[in-house]
Design a protein around this ligand. Structure first.
Ligand code: GNR
Ligand code: NI
Length: 166
């Protein structure tokens, strides 16, 4: 087990489009274990492989109160959406920033689980938001791309300044 380092906006590596996992083997399962450990430690409710500089289509999520409902989605694909919702989002790659973001309300997702088995899942509320947020990461997209460019510029300057002071 290992804690992985989380990249911070505006690191250009966060813009990488992740590649599909070809085979869910022991190496992928080790990455998943490390991603869960990193997510729970952060703490966060989700983590995409892109955020830890691994450019394969893997996400881990746990939106449960007691942090006992781990969900791993490999090669996730949203097959239907319905409705709209606006939620305040944050991101481990954009520390200290919280903004309202509009997304689909209900989604249906197909993916492989940690054993390589096909699964279909319907999600609403925060689980739906989190899955959409994580799939954005796999496509090189961040929640700050979904707010005004003025706000995004200000956030960029703030984070660059913070990182200079580390
Ligand atoms: O921990 C997280 N909280 C969160 C809150 C609202 C909407 C999305 C998220 S995901 C975030 C962890 C993260 O950055 N995942 O990519
Ligand atoms: Ni994020």
């Amino acid at each position: 087990m290992a804690l992985l380092k989380i990249l911070h906006f505006p690191d250009s590596r966060l813009r990488t489009k992740a590649k599909p996992v070809k085979e869910v083997d022991a190496k992928i399962q080790n990455i998943i274990t490390d991603m869960f450990e990193t997510m729970y430690m952060a703490p966060g409710i989700g983590l995409a492989a892109t955020q830890v500089n691994i450019h394969q289509r893997i996400i881990v999520i746990d939106v449960s109160e007691n942090k006992n409902q781990p969900l791993c989605l490999i090669n996730p694909n949203i097959i239907s959406v319905d409705g709209q919702q606006s939620t305040e989002e944050g991101c481990l790659s954009v520390p200290g920033v919280f903004e309202q973001v509009q997304r689909a309300e209900n989604i249906t997702v197909q993916a492989l689980d940690k054993n390589g088995k096909q699964l279909t899942l319907t999600a609403d509320e925060i689980l739906s938001v989190c899955i959409q947020h994580e799939i954005d990461h796999l496509n090189g997209k961040l929640f700050v791309d979904r707010i005004s460019s003025l706000k995004r510029q200000r956030i960029r300057q703030k984070l660059i300044k913070q990182q200079r002071n580390i």
